[in-house]
Structure formats: C-alpha cells, structure tokens
Write a protein that binds this ligand. Structure first.
Ligand code: OGA
Ligand code: MN
Length: 264
C-alpha cells in the first residue's frame, strides 16, 4: 500500500524533497511518471531516510533508464552497478573515488561522447564537518545572460577532458556550450571548470577568458543550491541542466556514498 507522493520544492530554482514513498518497494508506473516530472522541473530530488540495499538502489535507478556500471574501474563489488565514492582506505587501498578534497563543479561523465544523464547517490557514512554537495542550475544561469550573449554561445562547442588522462576516451568528446534538454526543450550552459578543457575553434586566450567569465557567472548564490547530507539520504539529479561540486572535508573523517547512474 502506498499513499500519495509528497513533493516539497526547496524554494530555490532547483531541489525538491520527496516523501510518502518507500524506495525499497517496487514503484507503480504512475509514481515513476510523477518522479520523472519532478526531476525535469527541480533537477535534484532528495529522498530522506531511504537506506536501501544495493539491489534496491539499482532497481530504483532502472526506472529512469538503463542502470549501468560506471565507466571507471573499481575493485570487485558484489553489485557491479554500484560505484563507491569514499575517502576511506582499507589496507592502504582507497575503497572508492574522489577522496576528501573539493571536487570542482562538473556534470558527470561529460568527457564521454554520450555522458551520464541521471546520477543517484546514497549517503552511507558522512563526515561531521564539510562534504556538502552543491548544484548549479545551468538553465537559470543561461537564462540570466543577455540575449545577444545567449545567441553567440549557442553557436559554440566545447571539448571536455577528464584531468586523469587514462580516463578519457580515445577521441576527445565535444558538446554544445548551450545544451537543449531533450525532454523539456530548455537551454542550459554545458561547461564546467572540472571537465571542460577549451572552446573548440577558438584561440587559447579567448577560450580561457570566455570560460572563466561563464564560471564566475554560474557560481553565484542565486544559481547554487547546497545539500547537507544525513545518513540514509538518497539523491537523484539530472546532469544535463546542472553541474555539481563536492566540498572538502577532513580526511580523517569517513565519508562513504553509493553511486548509480543512467547513461544517455
Ligand atoms: C559524483 C559526485 C559528489 C559527492 O558521485 O558524481 O560528484 O558529494 N559526488 O560525493
Ligand atoms: Mn559527480
């Protein structure tokens, strides 16, 4: 028996809290449709207190597309679609990715020709200080630019590269600087300081000035929403109209998250 799903918008341009749902149980198609709609509108959905099993997280992810193992290799996992984000080391070996330093703004897997679309992250252990995740609303950031600049940007493409060379595909991925969401038709800026290397067909100084200007514009409090994690939070976000960053935390504190993703 399930009651109505409650959707409480954060009051900012993105983010909503979803309650009245149990993610350890199969969902009916109308609930999935409601969540899909909420995701398109709010871009980041917070499901508080949903400490689901690996299998349940993968099943829930599968309602939104094909849940696939992350492209990055990790040591053996029981459920291959689960990717661990953590600073914890066991026998000197990191059990997951991303450590404890700040991870600058990025849209997941934008260095791939077909980047990730939706990502999910469940908090298993959280540090006492820091480690928050912030999302930038790249639709609102686009819409706030003067029309003439929007038009100029819509003619450009940018090349995306992972800072670790081995993680890149043989052929560097390039994407439009203004991305049109295939489901909502809304334009958004699709460049990020962590994963965008340069604007295609532009000299280095011009590309750098243009990107630095966009990053400063995007990183304004009016476009950025912060999530303070609680154990058992499960978050789902749409990478197409957003970018996110993880704030640093003390390395001696443990942070363990379980990640799944849908590929576009
Ligand atoms: C990710 C990511 C941020 C975090 O999983 O893609 O950027 O808060 N994680 O762990
Ligand atoms: Mn990420």
């Amino acid at each position: 028996m399930t009651g109505p799903i409650h959707i409480t918008p954060s009051g900012e341009t993105l983010g909503a809290r979803i309650t009245g749902i149990d993610l350890s149980q199969p969902l009916d198609p109308s609930s999935v449709a409601q969540l899909r709609q909420a995701l398109l509108e709010y871009c980041v959905l917070v499901f508080p207190n949903q400490p689901v099993s690996d299998e349940d997280q993968v099943r829930f992810t599968g309602y939104f597309g094909s849940a696939r193992a992350h492209v990055r290799k990790q040591r053996e996992r029981r459920v291959k679609e689960i990717f661990i984000i953590s600073n914890v080391k066991e026998n000197g070996e990191p059990i997951g990715a991303l450590g404890s330093a700040t991870v600058d703004f990025h849209s997941d897997l934008s260095y791939m020709p077909r980047p990730g679309t939706i990502s999910l992250l469940q908090a298993i252990e959280i540090p006492q200080e820091g480690g928050q995740t912030q999302w930038c609303d790249c639709r609102a950031a686009h819409d706030a630019l003067p029309a003439q600049e929007q038009r100029m940007l819509s003619t450009l493409r940018a090349v995306h590269r992972h800072p670790v060379p081995e993680q890149n595909p043989p052929e560097p991925a390039s994407h439009p600087v203004v991305r049109i969401h295939p489901e909502t038709g809304r334009p958004s800026l699709y460049v990020s300081p962590h994963l965008t290397s340069h604007v295609a067909n532009m000299d280095e100084a011009g590309s750098e000035a243009l990107l630095e200007g966009l990053y400063a514009h995007m990183d304004q409090p009016r476009f950025v929403w912060t999530h303070h994690w609680q154990v058992g939070d499960l978050l789902m976000w749409d990478n197409r109209p957003t970018m996110h960053r993880r704030l640093e935390f003390p390395d001696e504190q443990r942070r363990v998250m379980k990640r799944t993703q849908v590929f576009g």
